[in-house]
Write a protein of this length. Structure first.
Ligand code: C2E
Ligand code: MG
Ligand code: MG
Ligand code: MG
Length: 282
């Protein structure tokens, strides 16, 4: 549909399209170079038990410095990394970096903590994906259950059989599986049965808008669905105390959001865990 409009107005739209493509190609080239120069970073955002507020896990999130003290948003560069295929190598690095951190976390005495990693569809299309995950775990001497893979509904819908097979094998190996941004994609409920899930991540859009009304019904239904399927549930993007209280009331288990902590470099995470540990012991 959009295509037809573009060709109808070809002369008018063409320069704009060309400009965007140049910008995209430029960004992809910069990303490739910066990745090769080891400039990408993996930050970590705590996930807490909603009742005790203890940190039970972290999600690894890519950070790409813009060379000017800031960062280019993953919302901008992940789609480009996927489109260009770079995500396969970058994702492999994220996986290895996560396993290296799991090892360090264990050495620092927090062996219970799990580390979640976002996985994109091109990674699943790589026939060696399952083996690569197993190798990363083994190379860093990780207990597989400390690693959690996060996939969105669109990843499942894109290649259902490949994704289901890969996840079943990894689940048998002990790896945990979470469904990310739940409720935003168009998924078939039947996949909830077929996927070997451990956790359901309630999308931020439902958590941030929980005044009485439709979104409250949706968030309540999602948490109930998760609970009834025997899955752990985690609320994404909790920014306010009321949101946390409301999620507790609904029976949600965990939360991840600015109210508790923003994504941070690994060293800061270690400081935070150290401080939390102290207050618990005192
Ligand atoms: P996601 O996996 O749903 O990650 C959660 C996003 O929500 C993160 O954005 C996080 O910083 C943000 N967030 C967490 N708590 C709050 C909150 O209280 N308020 C608000 N406003 N935002 C919150 P981020 O880091 O910008 O990442 C965006 C997306 O980029 C991720 O969404 C994920 O889809 C993708 N991404 C990031 N790192 C990776 C990666 O290593 N591999 C892949 N394939 N995708 C990644
Ligand atoms: Mg995620
Ligand atoms: Mg998410
Ligand atoms: Mg999201």
């Amino acid at each position: 549909r959009a295509k037809k409009n573009i060709s109808d107005n070809f002369e008018y739209f063409a320069p704009e399209i060309e400009e965007k493509t140049t910008w995209q190609l430029n960004m992809i080239r910069r990303l490739r170079n910066d990745f090769a120069d080891r400039k990408l970073q993996l930050w970590f955002q705590p996930q807490v038990d909603l009742v005790t507020e203890q940190v039970v896990g972290v999600e690894g999130l890519l950070r790409w410095p813009d060379g000017d003290g800031g960062y280019i948003s993953p919302a901008v560069f992940i789609p480009l990394a996927e489109y260009s295929g770079l995500i396969v190598d970058i994702g492999q690095w994220v996986l290895e970096e996560s396993c290296r951190r799991i090892q360090q976390i264990k050495q620092n005495g927090y062996e219970e903590l799990r580390v979640a990693v976002n996985i994109s569809i091109p990674q699943f299309r790589d026939r060696c994906f399952v083996q690569k995950v197993k190798d990363a775990l083994r190379n860093f001497d990780c207990q597989p259950s400390r690693l959690e893979l996060e996939i969105t509904e669109s990843v499942v819908m894109d290649e259902p059989q490949i994704v289901i097979d890969a996840l079943r094998t990894l689940k048998d190996h002990g790896v945990a599986i979470a469904i990310d941004d739940f409720g935003t994609g168009f998924s078939s409920m039947s996949y909830l049965q077929k996927l070997p899930l451990d956790r359901l991540k309630v999308d931020r859009s439902f958590v941030s808008d929980i005044k009485p009304g439709k979104s409250a019904v949706i968030v309540e239904t999602i948490v109930t669905l998760g609970n009834k399927l025997g899955l752990s549930t985690i609320a994404e993007g909790v920014e306010k105390r009321e949101q946390a209280s409301y999620m507790i009331k609904l029976g949600c288990d965990e939360a991840q959001g600015y109210l508790f902590a923003k994504p941070m470099p690994f060293d800061e995470l270690m400081v935070l865990l150290e401080e939390k540990g102290k207050t618990v012991n005192e």
